[in-house]
Design a protein around this ligand. Structure first.
Ligand SMILES: CC(C)(COP(=O)(O)OP(=O)(O)OC[C@H]1O[C@@H](n2cnc3c(N)ncnc32)[C@H](O)[C@@H]1OP(=O)(O)O)[C@@H](O)C(=O)NCCC(=O)NCCS
Length: 187
């Protein structure tokens, strides 16, 4: 993290259900609203199944884990989903629990999704952002995303380019450094 604390990025599988459930319970109403676009009080068993039953090919999902007093805690999730029909584009979502926001974990998870998207030959990662989520929109813009307004929501389309020299804003350069780190560590 920005403060030097270690976290791990791990692919999600069915065994992560309890981590996702606990993480969701720690998420504030405001963050839940920003993530899902509507109020969500709890995740049903069916939703948990959907969020963890991933094939890591068309539905990619990774979690961020920290260890606190010998116990693993799930602090964030990044995922994208694409289909054969919508070739080249995947819909992504990112969530970090409130206590761990603004520590750099979101940047690493997004960089991981970006590197995986390059390796899968995707052209764009897109996602809906509530207009009140101004800093998510600002981050996307700094990474070269085009933002359209659709049904009162922002729809960000982030171009995926294998050469990231175009990331030349101040946040873009920081993100490019993170991409290099993730790319060289991801086997
Ligand atoms: C949006 C979100 C995923 C970002 O993850 P994060 O781990 O907090 O982000 P990072 O720590 O990597 O920060 C990235 C940048 O965002 C900015 N930022 C992060 N949290 C911020 C906050 N609370 N206020 C203002 N700026 C903030 C910082 O400028 C940071 O840039 P820096 O590294 O140059 O300082 C996370 O805040 C979140 O889960 N929010 C709720 C759900 C959501 O909005 N999801 C996105 C829509 S799917």
């Amino acid at each position: 993290m920005n403060d030097g604390t270690t976290f791990w990025l791990v692919p999600i599988d069915g065994e992560a259900k309890h981590l996702i459930k606990e993480g969701f319970n720690k998420l504030s109403q405001a963050s839940r609203y920003l993530r899902f676009g509507h109020p969500v009080n709890e995740l049903t068993e069916k939703e948990l199944q959907y969020l963890t039953n991933v094939d890591q090919q068309y539905h990619i999902a990774w979690g961020a884990i920290v260890e606190v007093e010998g116990t693993e805690i799930g602090v964030g999730v990044g995922r994208y989903i694409h289909t054969v029909e919508k070739q080249g584009n995947a819909e992504f979502a990112l969530t970090i629990i409130d206590e761990y926001q603004n520590k750099g974990i979101g940047r690493y998870l997004l960089a991981l999704l970006y590197v995986l998207a390059i390796r899968q030959g995707l052209k764009t990662l897109s996602g809906s952002i509530l207009p009140t989520n101004s800093y998510a929109a600002t981050l996307m813009t700094a990474l070269g995303a085009q933002i359209e307004v659709e049904n009162g929501l922002y729809y960000a389309r982030l171009p995926i380019l294998a050469d990231w020299a175009h990331l030349d804003s101040s946040y873009g350069r920081k993100f490019a450094e993170t991409l290099s780190i993730v790319d060289s560590n991801l086997r």
